[in-house]
Design a protein around this ligand. Structure first.
Ligand SMILES: C[S@@+](CC[C@H](N)C(=O)[O-])C[C@H]1O[C@@H](n2cnc3c(N)ncnc32)[C@H](O)[C@@H]1O
Length: 243
């Protein structure tokens, strides 16, 4: 039998009066989440430190009343945690795997979050027609920054931001992918440290504002070769307009 994870003292600072709801989510992860293979058994004892608190502290970067799309939610990280910590947010969870969206839908209902959380099954690059662009798009452990920007900036409202939870590699990834991100309409990425003094280590978030809207390139005239997709071309062949 799995021991249910005990919230550390700092959890009440981070979640406030939503702590019981956060604890219910932690229990679902530690039981159903482990049994159904969405969370590794070794993660159960460290769910609070490495997962719930690590995700919750990024709420500092999310404006009041914002719409949020969480891309690649998996078992609900960070999307469910954001909805638990911040009842003012409306959250869409985008996840392609049926086993995971089934779990997410059950968790949303079990936590009474149906009014503020929607689960969408699909790949981020395929759900554009199905979701409204959001003020904030989040992603944790989903893809390198250039691919994330290609998937997530089109889901971000002009002037909104992509918040990518990253580890120690954040600065290296920015150096590697900054040019591609710019071509996709992203502003210069900024590294933010969240939860300093609350979580150790603090959560590293790469923030990318969608400063320009990049339209897909127009098709080339017939006979001049196959048009490259934006992902193949690094997004560099699009046309842009100010957002
Ligand atoms: C390593 S898991 C991370 C899950 C969760 N964000 C977390 O931090 O625990 C990566 C997740 O991204 C999802 N994913 C992969 N490609 C995706 C895409 N193109 N669009 C949306 N989600 C994707 C996978 O199905 C998987 O659930």
């Amino acid at each position: 039998m799995t021991d249910l994870p005990v919230p550390p003292a700092v959890a009440s600072v981070v979640f406030g009066d939503r702590l019981p709801l956060a604890a219910r989510y932690a229990s679902l992860l530690a039981t159903d989440g482990v049994v159904r293979g969405l969370i590794g058994p070794r993660e159960a004892p460290r769910l609070w430190d490495r997962h719930l608190l690590n995700c919750a502290v990024m709420t500092d970067l999310i404006p009041s009343g914002a719409s949020v799309i969480d891309v690649g939610s998996g078992a609900g990280l960070p999307g469910i945690v954001l909805a638990v910590a911040r009842p003012d947010l409306s959250v869409v969870l985008v996840e392609p795997l049926a086993r995971r969206t089934a779990f997410l839908a059950e968790v949303v209902t079990a936590l009474g979050l149906d009014a503020v959380v929607t689960v969408v099954r699909g790949r981020a690059e395929e759900v554009r027609a199905a979701v409204d662009p959001a003020d904030v798009v989040t992603a944790r452990a989903v893809a390198p920054l250039d691919r994330l920007a290609g998937w997530c900036l089109p889901l971000t409202a002009p002037g909104g931001r992509l918040l990518a939870l990253k580890g120690a590699s954040a600065s290296d990834e920015i150096a590697e992918h900054q040019t591609a991100i710019g071509r996709l309409g992203g502003a210069t990425p900024v590294v933010r440290q969240c939860g300093v003094g609350l979580v150790d280590p603090p959560t590293t978030v790469v923030e990318i504002v969608r400063e320009r809207v990049v339209e897909p390139a127009s098709p080339r005239p017939a006979g001049r070769g196959r048009r490259r997709s934006s992902s193949e071309s690094g997004g560099g062949r699009g046309t842009t307009r100010r957002g």
